[in-house]
Structures are given as C-alpha cells and as structure tokens.
Design a protein around this ligand. Sequence first.
Ligand code: NAI
Length: 397
Amino acid sequence: MIIKPRIRGFICTTAHPAGCAAHVNEQVEYVRKQGSVAGMPKRILVIGASTGYGLASRIVPAFAGGASTIGVFFEKAGEDGRTGSAGWYNSVAFEKAAHAAGLYAKSINGDAFSDAIKQQTIDLIKKDLGQVDGVIYSLASPRRTHPRTGVTHSSTLKPIGAPYTAKTVNTDKGVVHDITLESASEQEIADTVTVMGGEDWEMWIDALRAAGVLADNAFTVAYSYIGPDLTWAIYRNGTIGRAKEDLEATAKRLQDKLGKTGGHAVVSVNKALVTQASSAIPVVPLYISLLYKVMKAEGLHEGCIEQIYRLFAERLKGGAPTSVDEAGRIRIDDWEMRPHIQQAVAKLWPDVSTENLDALSDMAGYRTEFLKLFGFGLPGVDYEAEADPVAPMPSAS
Ligand code: NAI
C-alpha cells in the first residue's frame, strides 16, 4: 500500500515502516558519531521503549555502550492493508540495527501495567540475561488498569483549584486561540496520579528485586517535567504535575531500597519536546514551538536523542547520578530553563497569534518533528512507493 499521514487532531493514525526505520537510524547514527560512553551498564530494561524518550533511552545504552536491551511497550503490529503504530516499526528497526551490530535486543509488546507482562519480562531476563543493571521507566499512557483492583483509571490534563484560560494552538490548522480548561475534581487528580504517578514504577522494581533479576548496584531512572510559569497551571500545578510529584516521591522510596546494595533510583527532569504524549497536552505545543524557535536561534536545541545522550554521558555516568538539584533530581532541562531562554519565550508569548505564528514560532519545525514521529518526511524514503505494512519483530522469530 502507499502510506500517507492521516492526521486526526493531535494524532496521526498511520505510520510509515521505512520512514520509522530511517528515523531510528538517524538517532543511531547520532549516537555513533558522538562516540561511546565509558562505564555504561551492560544489561538494560526500558519500559516504554518504542517512541520518544524511551526509544532514545534504548538507543543510547546500546549504541554508546554496547548494552543488551529488553524493550517493553504497547504497540500495534501492521496487518495487510493497515499500518501498525510508529512504535512497532521503530522497535523492528531498532532490533534490526542492534542485531546487525551484534547486540542482544528483544522486545515485549503488551500492557506494562499488568502482572502478566511484568512476569513475562522477568522470565525473559532470567532466561537470557540473568539480571539487569539498569531500568529506564518512560511510560506515557492515558489510562491504566490497576492490577490489584481491575479498575481502569484515566488520566486528565486539567488545572487544579480554578479554571484556567490560556492561549493554545491547533497544530494541524495553525490557529492560535484561547482555551478554558475546567479545574479537575479530586477523583480526576487521584486517577491521573494512579496512571502517571510512581506506583507502577515501584511495582516493577519490587517485582524485579523479588525475582532476583535486578543486579545489586542497578540504577533506575524515570522522567519528569517541570517547565516555566507559562505552562505552570496546566502542567506542574495541574493533574499531571501531581502525578510527577508522586513519581519524584517514589524515586526517594526506591533510592532507600536500592541504595542499601549500592544501587540508585533517580528522576531526570527532561526538556519539553514533540512526542506523541506531549502533543496531547493543551497549551504545551504552542510553548514548544516558541521554545524551539528560541533554542534553535541560540544553538541550544536538542531532541530526545541529544537529551538522553547527554543524560548518560554526563549526568548518569555508569548509572550513578553525578549532579542533582536540591530535590535530588537530574536536570537535563537546564538549557530550556536558562533565564535568557525563558525570558525570550515569555516575550513572544503575548504577541503570538494565528497571523504571525509562522514568523514568531517554529511551528514549521514542530510539524516536521510531529510527522517524523510517524515516519513521514524523512530524507531518502520514497513515500510514493508501495510499502508493506506487515513487519515482523525480528526477535519474535
Ligand atoms: P511517548 O508517547 O513517546 O512514549 C510512551 C511510551 O510508553 C511508548 O513506548 C508506549 O508504547 C509506552 N506505553 C504506553 N502505555 C503503555 C502500556 N500500557 N504498556 C506498555 N507500554 C506503554 O512519550 P514520551 O513523551 O517519550 O514520555 C515518556 C516519559 O517522559 C513520560 O513520563 C513523560 O511525562 C516524560 N517527559 C516527556 C516530556 C516531553 O516533552 N515529551 C518532557 C519531560 C518528561
């Protein structure tokens, strides 16, 4: 079939296998060019490994450190006449690149929140690797079925305490408009914490330890976001921010458990970037498009792969945090949060409108990045050619 992007609001319902492979290979090449990172832990489990920050967190240990990786994700395989999800094609491409480089790489596709997938992962580690030295937790999900109660909780992206009106952009149409978001109920706050907070991360670490498959000095890292005043009401002070506070509190509990045997548990606060998860948050895409404009002009722009390379090369060396903030978090959002960057974005914010969006912001760059997430717009890919949507996972055969 000929595969074209089909965009519905903030998602693209199609993905291009060759384009996703080109996107993965671009990231692999970036890491190869940067060179290897000394002391990289050698057996890595990535939960949420197929797109965005998690995919980069699989590529960096593999290609900068020769690590064996197991990736867990929830994606759709392609069928005749129907494309799979980008994360599926990314993972197929990652495995191919890893295997070609002589690296171990296997993947588990299913609900990471479930006991069954945790057990399947433990069994695979036991069988193939014995133990893992690092666990990267990079899930972003709109819902979670709790493994103890069977109740499905949905996360919401709402302010807390009072309704909030702010500028936002329809990234598809390029229209800037005001949006008013009602404040979240207590139930919505609790549900968002259940989905995106730290409980599942802790369940993973507890399960891995109990099964004896986590090495004594293993590290675990999960990703958080803080951001500026402009997004404060919807992000850090909103429902998702509560979940991130819970995630950060979980890191401290996990540090108490892992620290006893020389391990580390830490949260890394990352930069705002175009991913499938962030494009669903109101206000944030407009902020990102202004941020990209300013950071590119300053030569400070980074994508997921640059962020995660810097994380492992400089901040989480050998799995041990080298420098953390007053709350014990790694801050690779440091360039985003530099005062002059934030001042420049804040100066543009009141002026940006539908009419001047392309001039003031990097909406073009935002759209390019968004399409790349689904494998579109990659150089060297013939998008007019017939593409086979069926792509078996190499490690499954
Ligand atoms: P993403 O949408 O690109 O990736 C989400 C990953 O989770 C995918 O691999 C997906 O398959 C997996 N997943 C979702 N539900 C699952 C389930 N039930 N079982 C197994 N796997 C499942 O998201 P992104 O943006 O890379 O987010 C990862 C983490 O980074 C999140 O915690 C997010 O809050 C954080 N972060 C993101 C920032 C951004 O601007 N994108 C900034 C700072 C932190």
